[in-house]
Structure formats: structure tokens, C-alpha cells
Design a protein around this ligand. Structure first.
Ligand code: GTP
Ligand code: ZN
Length: 335
């Protein structure tokens, strides 16, 4: 009996668990695929070539090849650093008035995203919980601080976009329209600690998300809670607008990042780190360090007048909390 040979097709990995992946074909249909061979480790967001099993034999396909990735995002568990998503345009770090967030976790996720060449934005949810929201908003002051751009003609931009959200309300919060705009045409990975409103956001953006996840976990038969799996949801396939739900970011790690590269991924440190006496200055104890000289006395002090010495003119000071984080991350990372 001769069977028709199936041919290679293009697909997108929309979720995966163990050695099972859900691959979406160009017509939107989805099926479970196994990777061919032991080494190929696909992650969500991978563009793959897959082969359908001959009709009538098996529903499951096989992943034959993974296309080169634009970027790759890592997370950390107790034992190792693991890639978990690829080809992402943007990371949204979602925080909330409550629970109180860890600035170290925030800084780490920003560093990881930037090191992967991915744009970032921060959302602060639960605007209705007023006093805690105000405290959290103040804690984000260094992140909201406008910085002059490298191009002297360009207007100053916040270190990171920080959006005020109220995701369980009809209006979505002061900056919800801006969030929608920033999501448009991009694949955005949503990161954030437990309880900040990630599910609320996903369900709001994708009304049938719960049904989709139920279907996927049935298909994968994972028997696990589905938020342990990163999943790709389309908001609008035609424009390439998608959001990716992800496991909580307490598992976040930076072991793949070299500590001497840290200033590149902490733009407030990096922008100042151009005039130190030693070219390999670690910005911790060296004489003639421009970074240490630029650290604000403390975070509650009014912003110091910009230093007038070129080439650092008009750069704002580095917040003391950000410099402390730099030191801590530097010590955590391997050389
Ligand atoms: N007050 C207030 N509560 C909100 C807002 N958005 C979400 N919540 C509530 O915050 C709680 C946590 O929201 P979830 O969407 O489950 O948070 P999550 O980030 O998915 O949490 P995990 O599933 O633990 O990762 C829920 O009780 C929501 O109803 C908001 O804007 N204001
Ligand atoms: Zn220095």
C-alpha cells in the first residue's frame, strides 16, 4: 500500500510541554507535534517546519526544523537556565499596587529583556487601590524619569514607559489606550509576579482565552495547571498582534548574562558609564568612576542639578536604589 508523502509545512509553536508542542499551521489549524531527534528544543514563538503524519495513521506531526530566531528569552529554575520563548517583540512587566513588588525582580526582568534585544514596558495595575498605588508609583520614579536621547534633537523619554492600569475596570485605567496602542502589531510577553492581574489582562484582551487554554491543556494532557506553560494568544492574526502568558517571574535568572555587560542593559548606569578613567571600570570602587559620581545622595532627595561636565551634560543622576541594584546584580553574576 502506498501512502501519499506529506510535505513540509510552515508553523508557529504556540505552546509546549515536555516534548509535546502545539504547532499552528498557516491556515490557523493546530496540532500536536513531537520534535524530530533528541536535541531539537523548540520554544513558544519558534517558527518551525513540520511534517504531518500520513492521513489515517496518527494525528500528531513532527517538527523537522526550527527557523533561526530573532531573539530568545530565558528563565531560571532551581537547577538551570532554560530558554522559554523566542521571536518576541516586547516584554510587558506587569506590577500592581498590591502585592508590593520586588524592585530586584523588576530590574532583573528588564535586564533579561534588554539583553535579549527585546523592548520593554512596565504596567502598574490596580490604580483604584489608591494609597498603595501612589507608593508603588513613587517607587517607580527612577523608571519613569525622563532621559535625554542620544540624538540631541530628540525630546527626552522616560527610562522605561510606565503605564497606569486598572485592568478589572471597564475603562482599564489612565493609560489603557496607550497599552493597546503599544501592543498593536507586536508579540508581547507578559511577565509579572502572582496576583498582579496577568490573567485579568489576558482575559480582557482575549475573551476566549480560558477556552483556548482548556483546549490546549486537554490536547497536551499535561494534567498541570496551565499557567506553568507559556502560551501564545492572537489578538489579531492579520496584524501580528499577540500576547504571551508566562509562568511567574520569581523563576527569573540572569546566569547567561556577563556582569561586565550589565551597564549596557541598565541604561541609566550605561549612559553615565562612558567617561570612567579605566575602560574596564566595574563602577564599584575604581578612582575616576563617573558612574559613582553620578549616584544621587538618596532616592528621596530632590533631583540634583544636571552635571555640567561634558559629555554627561544634562543626564539625570542615577537613583541610589538603581545603583544598589547594579551592585547586587554584579555580585550575583559570573564574570
Ligand atoms: N483592585 C483591583 N483588583 C484587580 C485589578 N485587576 C485585577 N485585580 C484582582 O487581582 C487579583 C489577581 O488577579 P489575576 O488576574 O488573577 O492575577 P495573576 O497575575 O494572573 O495572578 P496569578 O494567576 O497568581 O499569576 C484578582 O482578584 C483580580 O480580580 C484592578 O485593576 N484593581
Ligand atoms: Zn566607572
Amino acid at each position: 500500500m502506498s501512502r501519499p508523502e506529506s510535505s513540509l509545512q510552515q508553523g508557529l509553536v504556540v505552546t509546549g510541554h515536555g516534548r509535546h508542542y502545539v504547532v499552528e499551521a498557516s491556515d490557523g489549524s493546530r496540532r500536536i507535534c513531537h520534535p524530530r531527534g533528541k536535541k531539537s528544543q523548540a520554544v513558544v514563538g519558534d517558527r518551525v517546519q513540520w511534517l504531518a503524519a500520513p492521513t489515517g495513521l496518527d494525528e500528531e506531526g513532527s517538527i523537522e526544523a526550527i527557523a533561526p530566531r530573532r531573539n530568545l528569552f530565558y528563565r531560571q529554575d532551581a537547577v538551570r537556565t532554560k530558554a522559554f520563548a523566542a521571536n518576541i517583540d516586547q516584554v510587558l512587566v506587569l506590577l500592581a499596587a498590591e502585592p508590593v513588588f520586588s524592585e530586584e525582580q523588576l530590574a532583573k526582568s528588564l535586564v533579561a529583556a534588554q539583553a535579549a534585544g527585546i523592548e520593554v514596558l512596565i504596567g502598574l495595575n490596580k490604580q483604584d487601590v489608591q494609597a498603595p498605588f501612589e507608593r508603588a508609583w513613587q517607587r517607580l520614579r527612577a523608571y519613569r524619569q525622563p532621559w535625554p536621547q542620544e540624538d540631541p534633537g530628540a525630546p527626552a523619554q522616560p527610562l522605561y514607559p510606565v503605564l497606569r492600569l486598572q485592568l478589572d475596570a471597564q475603562h482599564g485605567g489612565s493609560d489603557f489606550a496607550q497599552l493597546r496602542q503599544r501592543l498593536q502589531g507586536r508579540a508581547t510577553l507578559v511577565l509579572g509576579p502572582s496576583g498582579v492581574g496577568k490573567s485579568t489582562l489576558i482575559n480582557r484582551l482575549i475573551p476566549d482565552a480560558a477556552a483556548q487554554t482548556a483546549e490546549i491543556s486537554r490536547a497536551l494532557n499535561s494534567g498541570r495547571h496551565t499557567t506553568t506553560v507559556t502560551t501564545w494568544y492572537w489578538l489579531e492574526r492579520a496584524s501580528g498582534t499577540a500576547v504571551l502568558d508566562s509562568p511567574g517571574f520569581q523563576e527569573f535568572g540572569l546566569n547567561h548574562i556577563r556582569r561586565q555587560d550589565l551597564p549596557r542593559w541598565m541604561p541609566d548606569i550605561g549612559r553615565h558609564a562612558t567617561g570612567c578613567r579605566f575602560h574596564n571600570c566595574s563602577h564599584r570602587h575604581e578612582p575616576g568612576c563617573v558612574v559613582r559620581a553620578a549616584v544621587a545622595e538618596d532616592d528621596d532627595a530632590p533631583p540634583a542639578a544636571p552635571q555640567a561636565t561634558p559629555p554627561h551634560q544634562a543626564l539625570p543622576p542615577i537613583a541610589a536604589s538603581r545603583y544598589a541594584l547594579y551592585q547586587r546584580l554584579f555580585e550575583q553574576l559570573s564574570s
